[in-house]
Design a protein around this ligand. Structure first.
Ligand code: ATP
Length: 509
C-alpha cells in the first residue's frame, strides 16, 4: 500500500468509527476545520490527560492555567505576532494553488532523505548481519551525493529564511526545479508574506468596535499571567505554567487532515528559569519530552529531533520533535528556548513590572523561558495513524485493528454477553456497573461474538470480557486481549487485577 493510500485509510477509518468528522459536513464542510466524534473525543481527552499528568501532576513545580482566547490587542504587538507571524506564500500560476515556499523546499529535502533510506534498506537486505550502517553512510557514493545536496540546500535555505530574503527563497525553488504537485508546472509567482492571525471585533457598534485577534498560540496567556500565578502560588524559580487550549491560524496550506488545521488545540508549558541556565534546561526538556513520547510505545524509529533552520524572533535555541506521519517525518512538538523576549516586551508594552524577586539574593530579574509546545490534534494523528493496521491472520483472513496504546484507548473494556438470553445480559450488566466508575466501558450484545470482537478491534478497545453459560456456574469470564487475540478464562478478581496493572498510569510513565 502506498503512503497516500494508507493516509486515505486513516481518514476514512476515523470517520467510519466516529473519531473525526469534517466540520459542517452537511454544508459541504469548512476547509481545515474538523469535529471529533464520540470516540475521537475520548481519545483526545485521554491524550490531554496523559500530557497533563506528566507535566503538571508529576512535577511539583509546574501548575496549570486556563486563560482566555480573546486577549488585549497589544498582547500581539508585544509578542511580535502582528509584525512577524508570517508564512512565505507562493502561487502556482497554472494550478492556481497556493503553497508555503518553505514547505515546498522542506518536502524536496524529505524526498532526498527518503532516497537515502531506500539505499540503506537495500544494503541492509543485501548484507544482512554484516551490514554496518555508519560505514555505509560514510562510503556509499550515491548516499554521499544525496547528503551533500541536502547540506547545500539547508545552507542556502537557512540563510534565506534568516534574512527574510524572499527573492533568494524563490531562487532555491527555481534552482531545484520544484514543480507544483497538482499541475506539474514550474510557473511560480513571487513569494509574499502572509499574516496567519484571525481578526475579529469586540463591541456593539462598528465605530466603537475594537479589533481583536483569536489567539494563534496559548503561550501569551501564560506570559501575561506569569506574576499572578507566581505570587499566588508562591512558587520559586525554576517553575512552570502549563495550559491546554484552542489556537487559531489562518493556514495557507491546509491539506493534511488534522495535521494542519485552522482551529486546533495546543498543550503548552512555559518553564521560567534563571538567565544563563537556559542551555541545561533546554537539554533537560528535550530529553523529558522525548521520554514521554517513547513511553507510549509507538516505536523509537518514528521520532527524531530536527533543529530549526531559522530561529524565531524570540528564540536562542529551538528544535522540533518530528514524527513519522503517513506523509513522512513532520513536526509534532516544538521545544524553544525563548530567552526573556516575551516577558521583557510585555513589561515594555504594558508599562507594568514583570520581574521576579529572588528573596534570598535580594535581587529582581526577568526570567528566561523554556517552552514545550505540542498540538493535541497532531498527537492524535500520530497515535491514530501509527496504530491502524490491516493484520493478516494465521487462518488466511485479515482484520482491521487499531492498536492504540491501551492507556489512550477511548474504551478500555467491552463487556459482551455471548447470548442475549439465559441470564447472561444480567451478569454482564452487573460487571459493567462495577467497572464503569473506574474505566470507560462499553456493552454490546448485538451480532455473533466474532463480529463483536472485530468491531472492538477497529475501535481500539484493548480488552473484551465475554460472559457465557459457564460464567453462571463458576463466575469466570473470558478475557480477550486485542493485540495478541489471546483468550483466558479468569475469575472476576483476576480480570480486575490484570486490567488494573495494564491500565495504571504507573506502568506507562
Ligand atoms: P508548522 O511549522 O508545522 O506550521 P509551527 O512551527 O508553526 O508548525 P508552533 O508554532 O511551534 O508550530 O506550534 C506548536 C505546535 O502546535 C506544533 O508543534 C504543532 O503540533 C501544533 N500546531 C501548530 N500549527 C498547527 C496547525 N495549524 N494545526 C494543528 N496543529 C498545529
Amino acid at each position: 500500500m502506498t503512503s497516500e493510500e494508507k493516509f486515505k485509510k486513516v481518514i476514512s477509518h476515523a470517520k467510519e468509527y466516529g473519531f473525526v468528522f469534517q466540520s459542517s459536513e452537511i454544508y459541504d464542510g469548512l476547509s481545515a476545520v474538523y469535529d471529533y466524534g464520540q470516540n475521537g473525543t475520548e481519545l483526545k481527552n485521554n491524550i490531554k490527560n496523559y500530557w497533563w499528568k506528566a507535566i503538571v501532576q508529576l512535577n511539583e513545580n509546574i501548575v496549570g492555567l486556563d486563560s482566555s482566547i480573546l486577549m488585549h490587542p497589544t498582547v500581539w504587538k508585544a509578542s511580535g505576532h502582528i509584525d512577524a507571524f508570517n508564512d512565505p506564500l507562493i502561487d502556482n500560476k497554472d494550478s492556481k494553488k497556493r503553497y508555503r515556499a518553505d514547505i515546498l523546499i522542506e518536502d524536496y529535502i524529505s524526498k532526498i532523505e527518503t532516497k537515502i533510506q531506500k539505499e540503506i534498506f537495500k544494503a541492509e537486505k543485501k548484507f544482512g548481519n554484516q551490514f554496518d550502517r555508519d560505514q555505509f553512510l560514510n562510503t556509499n557514493s550515491r548516499v554521499i551525493q544525496y547528503q551533500s545536496k541536502i547540506k547545500s540546500i539547508h545552507s542556502d535555505f537557512s540563510k534565506a529564511l534568516e534574512n527574510e530574503d524572499l527573492i533568494s527563497l524563490k531562487k532555491i525553488i527555481e534552482d531545484l526545479e520544484i514543480a507544483c504537485p497538482i499541475s506539474g508546472s514550474k510557473n511560480w509567482t513571487e513569494i509574499k508574506q502572509f499574516n496567519l492571525m484571525f481578526g475579529t471585533k469586540l463591541g456593539a457598534s462598528s465605530e466603537s468596535a475594537m479589533d481583536l485577534y483569536l489567539r494563534p498560540e496559548t503561550a501569551q496567556g501564560i506570559f501575561v499571567n506569569f506574576l499572578n500565578v507566581q505570587k499566588t502560588s508562591r512558587l520559586k524559580i525554576p517553575f512552570g505554567i502549563a495550559q491546554i487550549g484552542k489556537a487559531f491560524r489562518n493556514e495557507i496550506v491546509a491539506r493534511q487532515f488534522i495535521f494542519r488545521m485552522r482551529e486546533f488545540e495546543q498543550m503548552e508549558m512555559q518553564f521560567f528559569i534563571k538567565p544563563g541556565t537556559q542551555k541545561d534546561w533546554y537539554n533537560k526538556w528535550k530529553e523529558d519530552r522525548m521520554k514521554w513520547h517513547l513511553s507510549l510505545g509507538l516505536g523509537q524509529e518514528n521520532y527524531r529531533f530536527h533543529d530549526h533552520e531559522k530561529l524565531a524572533h524570540y528564540a536562542d535555541a529551538a528544535c522540533d520533535i518530528e514524527f513519522n506521519f503517513p506523509f513522512g517525518f513532520k513536526e509534532l512538538e516544538g521545544i524553544h528556548s525563548r530567552t526573556d523576549f516575551d516577558l521583557s516586551n510585555h513589561e515594555k508594552f504594558s508599562s507594568k513590572k514583570l520581574k521576579y524577586f529572588d528573596s534570598q539574593k535580594n535581587e529582581s530579574f526577568i526570567p528566561y523561558v523554556l517552552e514545550t509546545s505540542i498540538g493535541v490534534d497532531r498527537m492524535f494523528l500520530a497515535v491514530f495513524s501509527n496504530s491502524l493496521c490491516n493484520e493478516k491472520l494465521e487462518n488466511g483472513s485479515s482484520r482491521i485493528v487499531l492498536k492504540l496504546p491501551a492507556i489512550l484507548a477511548p474504551c478500555k473494556v467491552a463487556i459482551l454477553p455471548l447470548l442475549k438470553k439465559d441470564g447472561l445480559p444480567e451478569i454482564a450488566k452487573n460487571l459493567l456497573e462495577k467497572l464503569k466508575t473506574e474505566y470507560s466501558v462499553s456493552y454490546d450484545e448485538k451480532d455473533a461474538i466474532g463480529r463483536r470482537y472485530r468491531r472492538q478491534d477497529a475501535l481500539g478497545t484493548p480488552y473484551c470480557i465475554t460472559i457465557d453459560h459457564q460464567s453462571k456456574e463458576d463466575s469466570t469470564y473470558t478475557l480477550r486481549e486485542r493485540d495478541s487475540m489471546s483468550q483466558e478464562r479468569l475469575s472476576e478478581d483476576e480480570i480486575l487485577k490484570k486490567i488494573e496493572s495494564k491500565l495504571s498510569i504507573k506502568s506507562w510513565m
